[in-house]
Design a protein around this ligand. Structure first.
Ligand SMILES: NC(=O)c1ccc[n+]([C@@H]2O[C@H](COP(=O)([O-])OP(=O)(O)OC[C@H]3O[C@@H](n4cnc5c(N)ncnc54)[C@H](OP(=O)(O)O)[C@@H]3O)[C@@H](O)[C@H]2O)c1
Length: 284
């Protein structure tokens, strides 16, 4: 890894894959900005990083389910860092029902729209810091959506029984976003990477029925194993010249699903997301 002296912003780093990624990057010499929704829940990760005796980690409060919080967090990040070498859009939730503060379906709002706005607000700094990278933790689950992105439904709570369909659609949005971002950044020194981390025993499964949890967890990777592909995309010199691609849990470039390769859909998602954040700005 080439992380020494780099400034790396990561969302959802208080637990799971994000925490392991943050600690490993700090150990490799990076200065970490942990953008998480609770300082209390992030304290153990901050302590673990401080104990390494490297650069002091920074906590920034970020609730991706609130566009106002994303704006505040982005402003604070720009305040505390002169450069951003890597942004890791890692935070996510699964199998929940509800809408965000701004009225978007929870998976779409948190996993995609919050990260869309955060990335957009940090983009000039990422460009000025080039060569830099935007890593988006997507999922192989993007292949499992049966309905794809149904734009008319994105302002309503999940309709599927478990919410998995909506989770899969939000992960499809992650894949499309990363590819479209690469196209829009052509000529800039910012690489984009969409990652499937593996099937990993983390808190993402907290909403599964309790009886099912002991059945699925033994077959999952540990968060340490699940951090591999994200770390590689964030800091390996081997992928420095790549952009707009999708990687599996072993860090290999893979073809996304047919919908994940649909450039028109990616453009439509970008425009929908632009309008969503513009509508929020107008309401201020
Ligand atoms: N685990 C897997 O098998 C798997 C497979 C494929 C993809 N992924 C992806 O990997 C990424 C990391 O997930 P994980 O498995 O490490 O799950 P995790 O242990 O549940 O961690 C998720 C992180 O996201 C944060 N988060 C959730 N909602 C948020 C919000 N509204 N605002 C800010 N942060 C929020 C959580 O914060 P709190 O602790 O405060 O809730 C937590 O820090 C996700 O994008 C997930 O979709 C995971």
């Amino acid at each position: 890894m080439d992380a020494n002296d780099k400034t790396i912003v990561i969302t959802g780093a208080n637990t799971g894959i994000g925490r392991v990624v943050a600690v490993k990057l700090a150990r490799a010499g990076a200065r970490l900005v942990l953008a998480c929704r609770s300082r209390e829940r992030t304290e153990a990760a901050l302590e673990e990083i401080r104990a390494l005796g490297q650069a002091e980690p920074v906590f920034v409060k970020l609730d991706l389910g609130s566009l106002a919080s994303v704006r505040e967090a982005a402003a604070e990040i720009l305040e505390v860092t002169d450069s951003i070498d890597v942004l890791i859009n890692n935070a996510g939730l699964a199998t929940v029902k509800g809408v965000t503060e701004d009225g978007y379906e929870l998976h779409f709002g948190v996993n995609h729209l919050g990260h869309f706005l955060l990335t957009r607000l940090l983009l000039e700094r990422l460009k000025a810091s080039g060569p830099s990278r935007v890593v988006t933790v997507a999922s192989r689950a993007h292949k499992r959506t049966r309905r794809g992105l149904v734009f008319e439904d994105l302002r309503e709570p999940a309709k599927s029984a478990t919410g998995f369909e909506e989770y899969a659609a939000s992960k499809l949005a992650n894949v499309l976003f990363s590819a479209e971002l690469a196209r829009r950044l052509e000529g800039a020194e910012v690489g984009t990477y969409a990652v499937h981390p593996g099937v990993v025993a983390t808190e993402i499964w907290r909403n599964l029925p309790r009886l099912m949890q002991p059945l699925v967890k033994p077959f999952m990777w540990t968060p340490e194993q699940g951090a591999y592909s994200t770390l590689r995309c964030a800091a390996s010199p081997e992928v420095a010249d790549e952009t707009g691609l999708y990687y599996d849990e072993k860090g290999r470039v893979k073809r996304p699903s047919q919908l994940g390769r649909d450039d028109e859909l990616a453009k439509k998602l970008w425009e929908f997301s632009e309008e969503a954040v513009a509508a929020f700005d107008e309401a201020l």
